[in-house]
Design a protein. Sequence first.
Length: 130
Amino acid sequence: MNDLHSDERVFATPDGVRLARMDDVEDNKARGFVLQMRAGRFHGFVVRRGNRVHGYVDRCPHMGLPLAQKLDDYLVPGGAHIACSWHAALFRVEDGQCVGGPCNGQRLTSWPVHVDAGMIVTGLGDGAPG
Ligand code: FES
């Protein structure tokens, strides 16, 4: 640990960070990202649906745990919902709303991401979601 970076957990990122090539995330799959910034460390994930992407902070609203216990394991088989691997809460991919499990009625914290020239980039870009 050096004093340039904080151990704090942060729940948002600056816009314009290039995360990965869209081609590196399979359709109906998810990929986790950790961004170390001066202010602290951000944990998030992106779900690909066709040529759209949906991003969320990697934190279950129920107990604040990271959703996946295995690398990139954020979805139920087939990819229909996001799932918390600890107590099986289910969330809609499109808006992060919990639709089953112990955090019913709550929702994941959105992490704005978009696709620009084949790259997944943080922020809303031209303002269009995903
Ligand atoms: S921490 Fe996710 S359902 Fe309990």
